[in-house]
Design a protein around this ligand. Structure first.
Ligand code: URA
Length: 240
């Protein structure tokens, strides 16, 4: 199997140690870093996931859990691999990407906030229905919607082929055919199917928020950043 995309040595080392990029650079110049047993003094050298990294003769372990938010563009799938389409993981320039997973998928034609991590317990608190982690979407609809839909969303909607109503959802009507919806479940194509059940159709769907984490306005489509400590610990603080 082909190795993963190479990444810069200084980035890889600073991810698995407390060293800043500048400190990694100094350590490399002092020949304190080896890659597969060979000292490497150029911090911009490219290395692969499978390479063995040592600092001062100590084998570097794995980095602690990692948490990222990403602004998903149209046309990307929320999967770790796909034969046909690019995946959101293709947008990440990180080592050991095979260890990361997506905490709550979006459809290929949905844009916006996607959280990626290697912490399975943390992502479970986002995706498990028991934890009632709210997700907020902006949607553009094919047809105008009237206020009676607010109550229907609040009471729960019967979706095709489902045995239970959807849990109470909040619908905010922004304009005649623009809405903001907050749901606490993650049923298959849930938002699109809720509007379909009312005879409407979602033309555009964009996730703005998961729990207390808002999509960073400074992230252009396709960009990502690590979560802040506050964002990480906010998950699980929702009511259960
Ligand atoms: N609901 C949908 O219908 N699609 C998504 O991508 C997310 C929620």
């Amino acid at each position: 199997m082909a190795d993963s995309k190479p990444i810069r040595l200084d980035k890889a080392i600073s991810q698995v140690t407390d060293l800043s990029r500048a400190e990694v650079k100094r350590a490399a110049k002092q020949e304190r870093i080896t890659v597969n047993g060979v000292a490497v003094s150029d911090p911009s050298s490219k290395i692969y996931e499978s390479d063995e990294l040592c600092l001062d003769g100590e084998l570097l372990g794995e980095a602690g859990p990692r948490y990222f938010m990403l602004n998903k563009p149209l046309g990307y799938v929320c999967a770790t691999k796909d034969g046909e389409h690019p995946t959101v993981l293709d947008l990440l320039d990180e080592p050991n990407k095979h260890k990361l997973h997506i905490a709550g998928r979006l459809d290929i034609d949905t844009t916006g906030l996607v959280l990626v991590t290697d912490d399975g317990q943390w992502s479970h608190r986002i995706t498990s229905p028991r934890h009632h982690c709210d997700k907020t979407y902006y949607a553009q609809l094919a047809d105008p919607i009237d206020d009676s839909a607010i109550d229907k969303f609040e009471k729960g909607i019967w979706l095709n082929n489902e045995k239970t109503r959807t849990k109470p959802a909040k619908l905010e009507i922004l304009y005649r055919n623009e809405v903001r919806v907050t749901i606490s479940e993650g049923r298959y194509h849930q938002v699109k199917r809720m509007f379909a059940a009312l005879g409407n159709r979602v033309l555009e769907l964009h996730r703005e928020r998961i729990g207390q984490i808002d999509l960073d306005e400074d992230l252009a489509e396709g960009d990502y950043r690590p979560l802040t400590e506050d964002e990480i610990i906010s998950v699980g603080n929702e009511s259960t």
